[in-house]
Design a protein around this ligand. Structure first.
Ligand SMILES: [Zn+2]
Length: 436
């Protein structure tokens, strides 16, 4: 990557500083995000599309001088990165440490300090291959209660033999270590870290943590998979969220094997948006729900990531994974119109037709039952766990079948259609904390 330069030293980092407390506390009841817009310091208006109704992201990115990838500058497509890499593999300089080719190493990133001044550090796993190639990064638990990605990173990283890798893989199992310890999606100040990338060195706590992570780690990546789950007792079918207008992002989606792809334009503040803007093609991999380790979802994600590593040519194992899943260019959340006990009739991945009953909501006081029906034909790509809901609660996420894939050049028109349809507005999506 040529867009980003920072002074590098190769002082060894004390590995004893790695602190990882696995005994996380219980999630705080009734916890909600505060409005990141109150972080007024150095918040610039953004120029990117914010009308994506699939996204709850809001525009809070701060300009830290990371310039977008130079338009039109000839670069090797990600798909050819291994073949185009010439010469010998080089040492990687990361977090004040030199990682030699052919080595696996555990480093430590410290973003911030506790009140008593103790640094909070989290492991950064590095596999630097013996052959040259791209650097693929895997991030998990940007939301501290999303556990499936943590296990995906562990499995992928420990399956890699550096002497057989072309390029490098960097895995960060727990980005939001403070949220993880508390079993919470958020940072201790109740901010959502994934609304603050690429961050700012003089902003809020969230902006500073985002800035540190982005400059110290993410800037070293050639491509990034950000691992998430559904939020607030909702679960997602394993799926990729990707901006299909970016050819390198398309390469990532095609490499990930049998996984549903949902076209979604990233909104400012997310890691996906900030990294892609900095020239690092990024997708979000969503699988399962929060606060649980779901092994089927973990295996699905690991299989996808290992297929990608294979397809990029970084490992020659020929472990390729079957038929691609559909790409959805549109999706919509079906919301409850009544309060009560939500019980689903469908399961994740179910194919539904317009008018099908997705579930029922029963008023526990008067026993009145209402049906929740799908306004679209499509597939259930996300849904709430059975629970008590209020009117307006987003219960089922339907990937909508389109007769033919709209051209991505028509993206603005598509999004206008989506807004006209039953899709929720950006603000309600944001407040519901749905999506990455
Ligand atoms: Zn998330």
């Amino acid at each position: 990557m040529t867009y980003f330069h920072r002074p590098l030293t190769d002082l060894p980092v004390p590995l004893a500083a790695i602190v990882l407390l696995l005994a996380g506390g219980a999630a705080l009841a009734g916890e909600t995000a505060i409005d990141p817009a109150d972080n007024t310091l150095n918040v610039n208006p953004v120029t990117t599309n914010v009308s994506d109704p699939n996204s709850s992201e809001v525009q809070t990115a701060t300009d830290i001088g990371v310039s977008p990838a130079a338009a039109g500058e000839p670069e090797v497509p990600l798909a050819d990165a291994v073949a185009a890499a010439a010469g010998l593999a080089e040492p990687m300089y990361l977090l004040n440490t030199r990682v030699w080719p052919g080595r696996s190493q555990r480093l430590s990133w410290s973003a911030t300090e506790l009140f008593e001044g103790v640094p909070v550090s989290t492991p950064v796993l590095v596999v630097n291959g013996t052959l040259p190639g791209p650097t693929l990064c895997l991030t998990a638990a940007v939301h501290g209660d999303e556990l499936n990605g943590i296990e995906m990173v562990r499995r992928v990283m420990h399956d890699l033999a550096p002497e057989k890798v072309a390029g490098a893989v960097i895995g960060i199992p727990i980005v939001n270590v403070q949220g993880f310890r508390r079993g919470s999606r958020y940072l201790p100040d109740r901010r959502d870290l994934n609304r603050y990338f690429p961050g700012s060195p003089i902003g809020s706590a969230a902006a500073r943590i985002a800035y540190s992570f982005f400059t110290e780690v993410i800037a070293h990546c050639s491509a990034l998979i950000d691992l998430h789950t559904g939020s607030f007792e909702r679960v997602n079918l394993p799926q990729i969220r990707a901006d299909l207008r970016n050819p390198d992002v398309v390469t990532l989606t095609q490499g990930l094997g049998s996984m549903v792809v949902l076209h979604s334009t990233p909104t400012a503040g997310t890691l996906r948006h900030a990294a892609t803007l900095a020239g690092i093609p990024t997708v979000t991999l969503e699988a399962g729900g929060p606060s649980q380790l779901e092994l089927n979802e973990v295996k699905h994600g690991v299989k996808g990531i290992e297929t990608l590593i294979n397809k990029l040519g970084m490992v020659k194992k020929n472990r390729l994974w079957g038929a691609p899943e559909p790409v959805y260019y549109r999706s919509s959340w079906v919301r409850a119109d009544n309060g009560g006990i939500l019980l689903a009739d469908v399961s994740l991945g179910s194919t539904v037709r317009e008018g099908d009953r997705l579930g029922t909501i029963t008023d526990p006081m008067n026993n009145a039952r209402t049906d929740l029906r799908s306004p679209f034909s499509g597939r259930i790509i996300g849904m709430a766990r059975n629970q008590v809901v209020m009117p307006g609660f987003a219960a089922f996420h339907v990937g909508i079948q389109t007769a033919e894939a709209p051209s991505v050049e028509d993206d603005e028109a598509d999004e206008a259609d989506m807004v006209l349809s039953d899709a929720p507005s950006l603000s309600s999506d944001y407040l519901d904390g749905m999506s990455e």
